[in-house]
Design a protein around this ligand. Structure first.
Ligand SMILES: Cc1ncc(COP(=O)(O)O)c(C=O)c1O
Length: 468
């Protein structure tokens, strides 16, 4: 992707545009827009409200994953096709979340349906080896440039198993993660995933923030994009640390790009200190390009974890990498089991996605994303908004800060009030992005020029509203 930024320190395969001038938006203005938008929301979503009240009886917070909840209640969806979803109030919504990336091929993609239907005709679950799982493994290994892979059912499982491989291989038990990094809900990964800054210690040497219900083991935390902090950490603790797990581009605190040279130096230091490098590509994966973020950014980890985009919307994930490490699964030194691992329907999903996600198809979606980012950047300039754009592959976001966000502490200093107003403004006008303010939009293979225009023009309307 072309870099247009005034500040050009991030990796060259990523996008960031930070305008050189802006004027603040008053908190009073943000508050008044938010108040009006919440009124609009509750007026237009009566059926979602009823559905949420009903769901609260049987499901904590009325949802199946706590991410899905927001106050006063979330939108309830009845169906989805292509780039759109329909909610229980009958409103059509442009989906820019696309299942956090799991629906990269679009809702009800005909090739995904074809592969699933063909698979169903052969049976549901064998719990024995099958040519379908070997075929899927071969496709994943080839595409992501890894020697071996094992399938699981969720990203959380995959990151947990990748850590177990690293512990088996190094005979060290410690885990190093990034402050603000999210890798699923296994105990060590919840540590410092969104710590309260006041209780997280020094920005250069963060204290692991551990909720009282976690048993995380030996856990260490460093800030992203800070090689000096990593060197200090390794110099003191590498003899206890099995692995460094990191998203090559952080995609759980909006989008935080690696500085030019950061990942390359991380690779060198992990080699120097005998620490296994795990790239968590659960979110990046195919949304980063046809061969994942590792290939895109030119840095090879020892192990990778994959989920979401590789399975066509089925519950599928994987961990894999160099044979010398996956050998610890082969030699029985580490346990990896699972009734549903490699189930035929999920394998059909892999086959479908491998057919659909060609280099050309993903490059075309990325081109549309770049167009959206560029046009939104121009609107930010025109309205002198205190914001900038960030993008990677088919994902993009507006970050409400006048300076680049390079780590969790920078992210915590962004303006969450305007971010919420922007999200809600779009939702009230038929555009749904993920519920947290930490997320990004995704241009799937089902999105076209019309959808890019909707995204961009909605942003213009928001800019007008916030400057009115
Ligand atoms: C980077 C990353 N790793 C792991 C996970 C966990 O995946 P799952 O929700 O499938 O358990 C997520 C989920 O969003 C993620 O973003």
């Amino acid at each position: 992707m072309t870099t247009q930024a005034a500040i050009q320190s991030q990796h060259a395969a990523t996008h960031r545009y930070v305008p050189s001038t802006s004027t603040p938006v008053s908190p009073e203005k943000v508050a008044s827009v938010l108040k009006a938008e919440w009124e609009l929301f509750t007026q237009g979503t009566k059926a979602s409200e009823t559905e949420s009240k009903r769901a609260f009886n049987s499901l904590p917070l009325g949802v199946t994953s706590s991410f899905q909840h927001w106050d006063p209640y979330p939108i309830s969806i009845s169906s989805a096709k292509g780039a759109y979803m329909t909610d229980v109030d009958g409103r059509q919504l442009l989906d820019l979340s696309m299942g956090f990336g799991a629906m990269l091929a679009g809702h009800l993609n005909p090739i995904v349906i074809e592969e699933i239907e063909a698979s169903l005709k052969q049976g549901m679950l064998f719990v024995t080896p099958s040519p379908t799982s070997t075929d899927a493994a071969e496709r994943i290994c080839k595409r992501f440039g890894i020697d071996q892979v094992r399938f699981t059912n969720s990203g959380t499982e995959s990151t947990m198993y990748a850590v177990r491989v690293a512990r088996s291989a190094t005979q060290k038990m410690g885990i190093l993660k990034i402050e603000g990094g999210y890798h699923g809900s296994y105990d060590p990964f919840v540590v410092s995933s969104k710590p309260p800054v006041a209780e997280a210690g020094d920005a250069e040497e963060p204290t692991p923030y551990i909720d009282s219900n976690l048993v995380p083991g030996d856990i260490y935390v460093v800030p992203f994009n800070n090689i000096e902090a990593l060197e200090r950490m390794f110099a003191s603790n590498a003899n206890k640390i099995a692995c460094f797990i990191v998203e090559p581009v952080l995609e759980n605190i909006a989008i935080v790009l690696p500085d030019a040279g950061y990942l390359e130096r991380v690779r060198e230091l992990c080699d120097q200190y005998n620490v296994i490098l795990i790239f968590d590509e659960v979110k990046t994966g195919l949304t980063a390009g046809a061969h994942g973020a590792s290939a895109r950014l030119g840095v090879k980890p020892d192990l990778i974890t994959l989920a979401k985009s590789i399975g066509g919307g089925l519950p599928l994930a994987a961990f894999g990498g160099k044979k010398k490490y996956m050998d610890f699964v082969s030699n029985g030194k580490m346990a990896h089991f699972g009734t549903f691992n490699g189930n035929p329907l999920a394998m059909a999903g892999v086959r479908a996605i491998d057919r659909i996600c060609t280099d050309e198809a993903l490059a075309a979606a990325e081109e549309l994303n770049l167009q959206a980012l560029t046009r939104i950047g121009q609107i930010i300039d025109e309205y002198q908004l205190p914001a900038h754009t960030v993008g990677f592959g088919v994902k993009g976001c507006v970050t409400w800060s006048t300076t680049p966000v390079r780590n969790y502490r920078d992210y915590k200093a962004t303006d969450f009030g305007i971010a919420e107003a922007h999200w809600l403004f779009a939702l009230n006008r038929g555009i749904i992005t993920p519920p947290g303010l930490d997320e990004q939009w995704l241009i799937s293979l089902a999105h076209g020029q019309a959808e890019i225009d909707l995204l961009v023009e909605d942003f213009r309307e928001f800019a007008k509203a916030i400057r009115a």
